[in-house]
Design a protein around this ligand. Structure first.
Ligand SMILES: C[S@@+](CC[C@H](N)C(=O)[O-])C[C@H]1O[C@@H](n2cnc3c(N)ncnc32)[C@H](O)[C@@H]1O
Length: 201
């Protein structure tokens, strides 16, 4: 299983944003929704081997994390408005205590941020996507169940970097140019796809 964790420093954890003015009303949740699309959706389908965590650190209800599970998610559409509606509906439901509450097939929400994600992750190599880091093409990337952490349009704050350092996340880059987080996800997924396709057996 592949996992992508996107940290939205201002992205709203409440359901009170406007679908017609998403960037301005949601703390740039649109950035995270594009990451969700990039990680989970392929032409004519969903990646069943991928789980995405959107960590929402903005607004009075923060922190909250929305988890979308590729193996079980259904009716996930690629357009930003549909994804926004899906997340807004999930954020509007009551949560049932610690950990992730399943809202519907493949969609779960937790009342927590990076801490909730770390508690939910199983074993597996951790990678921190960082512009300054060595290129991931130089890495074996063959450990099962890799987890990739990304920043939003503002990048990581220092506390998040410290936590990721503490858990031993390996910094990796996807090339010499700082790209949008969703594009960084596509580059990682493509690299993993190529490695898997060329592996014998
Ligand atoms: C738009 S970038 C953040 C830019 C922000 N101004 C900063 O300085 O961190 C969003 C995220 O995408 C990932 N990213 C972008 N370009 C990358 C690259 N060349 N290598 C690795 N990660 C990258 C990083 O996780 C970054 O936090």
């Amino acid at each position: 299983m592949r996992r992508f964790v996107v940290i939205g420093r201002l992205a709203t954890a409440s359901a009170d944003f406007s679908l017609t003015n998403l960037p301005a009303s949601s703390g740039r949740l649109d950035v995270l929704l594009r990451c969700l699309r990039a990680a989970l959706l392929v032409s004519h389908g969903l990646r069943r081997d991928t789980i995405v965590y959107l960590v929402l650190l903005g607004g009075p209800d923060a922190p909250r994390t929305v988890r979308v599970d590729g193996p079980t998610a259904r009716f996930v559409r690629p357009d930003e408005r549909s994804l926004a509606l899906m997340v807004r509906t999930a954020l509007g439901k009551p949560l049932e205590g610690p950990g992730f509450t399943t809202i519907r097939n493949g969609i779960a929400v937790a009342a927590g941020g990076l801490d909730a994600v770390l508690a939910d992750l199983g074993s597996g190599a951790r990678y921190l996507l960082d512009e300054e880091a060595p290129d991931l093409r130089g890495l074996a990337l063959d450990a099962p169940d890799p987890v990739f952490f990304l920043g939003d349009h503002l990048g990581f704050d220092e506390a998040t970097r410290d936590t990721l350092r503490r858990i031993g996340a390996t910094p990796v880059g996807v090339g010499p140019v700082s790209v949008h987080a969703d594009d960084a996800i596509v580059l990682v997924a493509n690299e993993l796809d190529r490695r898997e396709a060329s592996r014998p057996g």
